[in-house]
Design a protein around this ligand. Structure first.
Ligand code: BJW
Length: 225
């Protein structure tokens, strides 16, 4: 059985990271158009750096939970027939032990130099005075994160795996952001069974063949084990 799993912010909620669109979510406190677009970064890079510096330091204080760990057991059982695609920019999947993982919206702990186009690991704060470790240029380093209006990463590979999968499982995502919101329909069209595991009904629940609702740390291990 070939399985593609898509995760969103809900899988990391019980580790202590905020989701985006819940009442206490990131976008209830901040305007995404002022922080998560290339235009926002061009207009006020220090504001955008400060937002991601805070989130990078939050990440250091949290740990993977039972849902991240259950996905590692699924990967161990399926090998090459498994692919995990996450919209999350945290690194809790890899800290739990996931290896076959695509960060389609980038990673908080990675940086991208717009002068030399290199991408590299990044710890600590990033500012407009940060120098690229590859080319030395100052002022061209940005978080390696996919903002609104930018192309998510490795989409060809993701679409190919969705076309070939037998089971598509979405975990902890509202289905509000494209192209990830369309994955369920792509998998359905090619005959895959589709399952939603989420705290509550999402915008896309009706698109899935079945759904289980509850906290990820309970419903994900129960589904997998
Ligand atoms: C729990 C839980 C618990 C809580 N247990 N569950 C078509 C139509 C309309 C618009 C567009 C369109 N196509 C493109 C667009 C524009 C745009 C878009 O989608 N806008 C919408 C708002 C309408 N999309 C883009 O710009 C994307 N680029 C693009 O499409 O390029 C062109 C392209 C076309 C075709 C193919 C390929 C490319 C880029 C999107 C970039 C998103 N970036 C962000 C922010 C950056 C990172 C950051 O700062 O962190 O990524 S936005 C934010 O939303 C973040 C997330 O990854 C993303 C998804 O959110 P997620 O994970 O679903 O979180 P929530 O909060 O929404 O939901 C959490 C869920 O968990 C809830 O349901 C809870 O109930 C649940 N939950 N606790 C289980 N304990």
């Amino acid at each position: 059985m070939n399985i593609v799993v898509l995760t969103g912010a809900g899988i990391s909620a019980e580790s202590g990271l905020s989701t985006f669109r819940d009442p206490d979510g990131v976008w209830a406190r901040y305007d995404p158009m002022q922080l998560a677009t290339p235009e926002a970064f061009a207009a006020d890079p220090e504001l955008v750096h400060a937002f991601y510096n805070d989130r990078r330091s939050e990440l250091r204080a949290v740990r993977p939970n039972a849902a991240h760990e259950a996905l590692v057991r699924l990967e161990d059982a399926l090998g090459d027939d498994f692919l995990l695609v996450t919209q999350n920019i945290d690194d809790l999947h890899e800290r739990a032990g996931s290896r076959k993982l695509i960060h389609m919206h980038g990673e908080l702990r990675r940086a991208w130099c717009r002068a030399c186009e290199n991408r590299f690991d990044w710890e600590g704060d990033m500012t407009t005075a940060s120098a690229c470790p590859a080319c030395g240029t100052v002022g061209y380093v940005r978080p390696d994160i996919v903002w609104f209006g930018e192309m998510p990463y490795r989409m060809e590979e993701i679409f190919r795996r969705l076309d070939a999968c037998d089971l598509f499982v979405a975990i902890g995502t509202s289905g509000a952001v494209y192209p990830a919101a369309e994955f369920v329909e792509i998998a359905s069209r090619t005959g895959a069974e589709t399952v939603e595991l989420n705290l509550q009904r999402s915008d896309g629940t009706h698109l899935f063949d079945s759904h289980r609702h509850g906290p990820a740390t309970r419903i994900v291990p129960a589904f997998i084990d």
